[in-house]
Design a protein around this ligand. Structure first.
Ligand code: F6R
Length: 365
C-alpha cells in the first residue's frame, strides 16, 4: 500500500504533482478559473470589509501565504487567524466578512468551533477541505475540495500543496471578478498555474541531492528558517515539517526580525535555512544571511533559478527551484523543505509516518 516506498510520507511527497493537477485542472476551462459553482460576484467582493483566513498548523501556514497572495491581487485586508485564537479574541466579523476556513481533515475541533463562531457573527464561510462530507465541509456555506486523496502520514505534504493551489485559484478567480488584475496578467498567471504540476516534477528530481544535504546537516542541534514575504510563509512550514518528524529544535523567523532578538541564538554550527526565492526581496534576505554567516552559522540556501550564483557566494550549499510565476513560489519551495525534513528524520531513525505525541486529526481542544 506504500507503493514500494519505505514511508507514506515519501510516497505522498512524490504524489504532489498528481494531487495538484487533480485539484487545478478541472477548475481551469478555456483559460478561465471556475470554482465548482461557487459564486463570488464583483459587487459582493468589492463590498467586503475583510477576508479572515482561519486554520491550524500547516493549514494556517497556507493561510499565511494566502494573505500575501490575496492582498496583492485583491487589495482587500486579509487577516490570518489561528483557529484556537480566533474563538477567544472577540473577532471583528460582519456580514461583509468572508471567512476562508482551511482544513485538510475537515474535523479539527478548533477550526470547526471558529467556523461556527464566524457564521454566528454573520460571516459567509467558504472552506477548503480535503475530506469529502467532513463536518467542516458540511457546516460551511460553500466548500471547495482539494483533491489530494487520502493522506496517511501524520505530517501533511500533498494536502498542504493542494490547499496552496486552491488558494491560487480562488485569488485569481476573485481578482478577475473584481477587475483588479489586468487581462494579460491573469492569462499569464492561469497558464503558469496549469504548468505547476510539471514544475513540481522537476523539483522532485532533486531528491538525491537533498538526501545528500540532509546527511551533511542532520546532526545540527538547532535550526532556524528565515525568509521574507512568501519565503517566510514557506519557512514556517519547513520548520514545522522538520521539528514534527525529526524532533530537532527549529524555528522560523521573518528574516528582518532576527536582529530583534533571535540572532543571539546563532553561534558556530547553528544551521540556518535561508529562503530567498522571492525576487523583489532577494537582496534584503541575503543581507540577513551575511549577518548569520558572520556569527558562525552554516547556511543552506534556497532560491529561484537565476539567483543561485549570488546566493552560492554567501551560503554553504544552494538549492534552487525552477524560475516561475511568483505566485507559485511557495508551492515549489515547500517540496525541498519536505524532502529535507524527511531525510533528516530518516537519518535519525525516527518513526516518520507516526511521530510521537501527534495525531492525524486533532479533535480535542
Ligand atoms: C502538520 C499538520 C498539522 C495540521 C493541523 C490542522 O504536518 O498536518 O499541523 O495541518 O493539525 O489540520 P487540518 O488541516 O486537518 O485542520
Amino acid at each position: 500500500e506504500k507503493g514500494g516506498y519505505e514511508h507514506f510520507m515519501l510516497k505522498e511527497i512524490l504524489e504532489q504533482p498528481k494531487a495538484v493537477r487533480d485539484t487545478i485542472s478541472p477548475r481551469i476551462q478555456n483559460g478561465e478559473v471556475v470554482l465548482d459553482g461557487v459564486e463570488l460576484d464583483a459587487d459582493y467582493l468589492h463590498g467586503l470589509d475583510k477576508i479572515y483566513v482561519i486554520a491550524c498548523g500547516s493549514s494556517y501556514h497556507v493561510g499565511v501565504a494566502a494573505k500575501y497572495i490575496l492582498e496583492k491581487l485583491l487589495r482587500k485586508p486579509v487577516e490570518v487567524a489561528l483557529a484556537s485564537e480566533f474563538r477567544y479574541c472577540d473577532p471583528i466579523v460582519s456580514s461583509r466578512t468572508l471567512a476562508l476556513v482551511i482544513s485538510q481533515s475537515g474535523e479539527t475541533i478548533d477550526t470547526l468551533a471558529a467556523l461556527r463562531e464566524a457564521r454566528r457573527r454573520g460571516a459567509r464561510v467558504l472552506s477548503v477541505v480535503n475530506v469529502v462530507g467532513s463536518t467542516i465541509a458540511r457546516e460551511s456555506d460553500e466548500v471547495l475540495y482539494t483533491w489530494a486523496g487520502p493522506e496517511i502520514a501524520v505530517a501533511t505534504t500533498k494536502a498542504y500543496s493542494t490547499q496552496l493551489a486552491l488558494v491560487d485559484l480562488i485569488a485569481l478567480y476573485a481578482a478577475r471578478q473584481m477587475g483588479t488584475i489586468p487581462e494579460a496578467e491573469y492569462a499569464a498567471a492561469v497558464a503558469a498555474l496549469e504548468g505547476l504540476p510539471e514544475l513540481l516534477e522537476k523539483v522532485l528530481e532533486q531528491r538525491e541531492q537533498i538526501q545528500y544535504l540532509a546527511s551533511l546537516y542532520f546532526n545540527h542541534p538547532s535550526v532556524f528558517f528565515i525568509g521574507r514575504n512568501l519565503d517566510y510563509a514557506v519557512g514556517l512550514e519547513g520548520s514545522l515539517k522538520l521539528k514534527e518528524i525529526s524532533y530537532l529544535h527549529s524555528e522560523a523567523y521573518a528574516a528582518g526580525e532576527l536582529k530583534h532578538g533571535t540572532i543571539s541564538l546563532i553561534e558556530n554550527g547553528t544551521l540556518v535555512v535561508a529562503l530567498a526565492g522571492y525576487a523583489p526581496l532577494f537582496e534584503k534576505t541575503m543581507s540577513n544571511v551575511v549577518e548569520v554567516k558572520s556569527r558562525g552559522a552554516d547556511v543552506l540556501g534556497l532560491t529561484m533559478e537565476g539567483f543561485e550564483k549570488p546566493m552560492s557566494e554567501a551560503v554553504n550549499h544552494t538549492l534552487t527551484v525552477p524560475a516561475a510565476h511568483p505566485m507559485l513560489l511557495p508551492s515549489l519551495e515547500v517540496v525541498p523543505m519536505q524532502l529535507f525534513a524527511y531525510y533528516v528524520a530518516l537519518m535519525h531513525g525516527c518513526d516518520i509516518d507516526k511521530p510521537r505525541n501527534l495525531a492525524k486529526s486533532v479533535t480535542v481542544e
